[in-house]
Design a protein around this ligand. Structure first.
Ligand SMILES: Nc1ncnc2c1ncn2[C@@H]1O[C@H](COP(=O)(O)OP(=O)(O)OP(=O)(O)O)[C@@H](O)[C@H]1O
Length: 591
């Protein structure tokens, strides 16, 4: 690798920095070390000490310029950064403000149409009312009537805009009107790409059907297959499933009655059609009764979804709520990016999380399971509480974490893309993409975990290395507004040598860091946008530093040295302006 000069340069800088911040280095390491030992140490108030000062300039560069000229309303923004008032009250004010702004701009996800106007059955209407919803979102107003008329629908609407009820309300009405009983078996199947999303949609379906006599169930990977088979044999009228487990039951569970299926729904259809599920889906569709209603929903669409729609939907109604919008992400979402040299990434993340720990609700995305695992282990070791959702964790633990983070007012969730789609965690303050997404589509889904629902607000931060900066052009081309935040290197926690020392001496952490380092590189190698994320441009010494190593560890790296091809998806009606490209086939399982 031709990085010798850079390495030398960075080590010289390191020396200068070390001297300059010698005292702070000692203090910082001491503090962190102390916290690792002493759990009882109280949290500092915002701004009380060095390490709690904002790491990044939380105002995007552009806004700052405006403010200097006196054009911007600066107080509101400053408040958002140094908020002292209770979180709930602040949210309410923000929601009211955002709703007003949305109305002016005509970009609200809400309509003035009411659920009452739909002439729903009393039992469905009662549940919707109890959920606290009176007016419909745009996708609900547009999709529910045709679905209730028995039409096939291909529906696209931005993240957090109420797609779940858009397909579940017609499903509940259908089962009610055809008087499904457990003896009739399954009348509606909803498939979801992840287990957590299936669990969540099952929860919404149960709530919606709680006054109906029809039964609701779920079959998902990682749960007890035999128990599921017994429940299916008793008759599940509305079934929520992940593709692999559904196929397994369709093929092997004798008592599973699906010959009466009336409606088949694919949530996050574009994700389901990606490589891991496409084969399963083809087999599932072959096994299901041909005369049925079908609908596909997602915030982002792909050419494959269009192809599937062409072959499996009969005269479908195409609904694209956001067509023609100037941006594809939510109004209440403030999106920024930070350029952080590879070797400083870990310190950056640690400093960021320490600042907001106990005050904000934060999701941090990593590219691989092993990297998520390592960071969770490291953070817990140094008493920075966090939760994790990723592959390789027992499903019951994943499920309890899902509900724990849903309920939490504040907290940190480290996760892979397994949490990128569809999950509805209330009031997430920050989405941090520590490892960049594979493409703009994945970016949209990740940031869609915040600013969800009517008038909600949230912030998103993308961490890029200087070599990855070109990704911003792709985001802008996909109508995703991101602005740069400056961060001050001098505000990083000066605990580099403390972490290196810790990791070199703690066997378990060291092994975990090695695995994380290895999979980070192989994951990087499997990026579909090779022009932006080129594994050959990685400086391994710097990468190693971001896993707490002073030198790259000796691990066997399985990277493709044979050159790269960019797998771009042709732009089509549904991906135009919504990411525009889809992740190519991954050689490595990234979550
Ligand atoms: N009519 C409504 N009025 C107000 N809030 C609603 C309404 N319908 C749904 N919501 C709320 O909006 C949030 C987002 O809904 P939902 O999870 O269905 O979004 P989604 O469009 O499926 O998002 P994603 O694309 O991320 O899967 C949920 O908290 C839901 O309870």
């Amino acid at each position: 690798m031709a990085n010798l000069d850079l390495e030398q340069h960075s080590s010289e800088n390191e020396e200068i920095k070390k001297k300059k911040h010698k005292k702070r280095a000692r203090d910082g390491a001491k503090k962190l070390k102390q916290r690792a030992i002493d759990e009882e140490e109280p949290e500092h108030e915002d701004g009380d000490d060095e390490e709690n000062k904002p790491l990044i300039d939380e105002e995007p560069k552009k806004k700052k310029k405006l403010k200097q000229r006196g054009d911007a309303d600066d107080d509101a923004d400053d408040e958002a950064i140094t908020e002292e008032e209770p979180k709930k009250k602040k949210r309410k004010d923000e929601e009211v403000k955002s709703e007003e702004e949305d109305k002016v701009e005509g970009t609200s996800i809400m309509t003035n149409e009411t659920f009452e106007s739909l002439s729903l059955s009393d039992n469905t209407y009662k549940s919707v009312k109890e959920m606290g919803f009176a007016r419909m979102t745009q996708i609900q107003a547009k999709a529910i009537p045709p679905l209730m008329m028995g039409k096939d629908v291909l529906g696209a609407a931005r993240t957090g805009s109420g797609k779940t009820l858009a397909f579940l309300i017609p499903a509940a009405e259908l089962l009610y009107h055809v008087r499904f009983t457990p003896r009739n078996g399954t009348g509606v199947i909803v498939i979801c790409p992840t287990r957590e999303l299936a669990i969540q949609s099952y929860g919404v379906a149960k709530e919606l059907l709680k006054y109906h006599s029809q039964t609701v169930g779920k079959v998902i990977g990682g749960e007890n297959r035999k128990k599921e088979a017994e429940i299916l044999a008793k008759g599940v009228n509305l079934l929520v499933a992940t593709p692999g487990r559904l196929l397994d039951h369709l093929e092997n569970t004798n008592g599973f009655v699906f010959k009466n299926l009336k409606l088949f729904v694919m949530d996050e259809a574009d994700r389901i059609l990606e490589q891991n599920f496409e084969e399963d889906l083809k087999k599932i569709i072959k096994l299901l009764p041909k005369t049925r209603q079908t609908s596909l929903f997602s915030a982002t669409q792909s050419a494959k979804v269009e192809d599937l729609a062409r072959v499996s939907l009969a005269s479908p109604v195409y609904i694209d709520v956001d067509e023609g919008r100037q941006k594809v992400t939510n109004e209440g979402l403030e999106q920024g990016y930070c350029v952080v040299p590879s070797g400083m990434r870990l310190l950056f993340l640690l400093t960021f999380l320490k600042r907001f720990h106990g005050k904000k609700k934060i999701m941090v995305f990593f590219s691989t399971c092993k990297s998520t695992k390592f960071h969770a282990e490291l953070f817990r070791y140094i008493k920075l509480d966090c939760l994790e959702i990723r592959g390789g964790i027992d499903q019951s633990k994943r499920t309890s974490t899902l509900f724990q983070f849903k309920k939490a007012e504040t907290g940190i969730l480290l996760c892979t893309n397994v949490a990128a789609r569809g999950l509805d965690f209330p009031h997430v303050d920050w989405i941090v993409q520590y490892d960049p997404p594979d493409n703009p589509t994945e970016y949209i889904h990740r940031v869609g975990r915040t600013a969800r629902g009517e008038g909600a607000k949230g912030k998103a931060l993308l961490v890029l290395t200087p070599d990855e900066l070109q990704f911003i052009q792709y985001l802008k081309a996909a109508k995703i507004p991101v602005e740069e935040h400056e961060f001050e290197e001098g505000k990083l926690l000066d605990v580099k040598s403390f972490l290196e020392d810790l990791i070199s001496k703690n066997y378990a952490l060291k092994e975990s860091a090695k695995e994380a380092y290895k999979t980070y590189i192989s994951g990087y190698d499997s990026h579909s946008m090779k022009d932006v994320f080129n594994v050959h441009r990685l400086d391994l010494k710097e990468v190693a530093a971001s896993f707490g190593f002073s030198d790259p560890p000796k691990v066997a790296l399985k990277t493709d040295r044979g050159g790269y091809k960019s797998k771009r998806e042709p732009v089509n009606k549904f991906n135009r302006g919504r990411g525009g490209r889809r992740g190519g086939k991954s050689k490595f399982e990234r979550y």
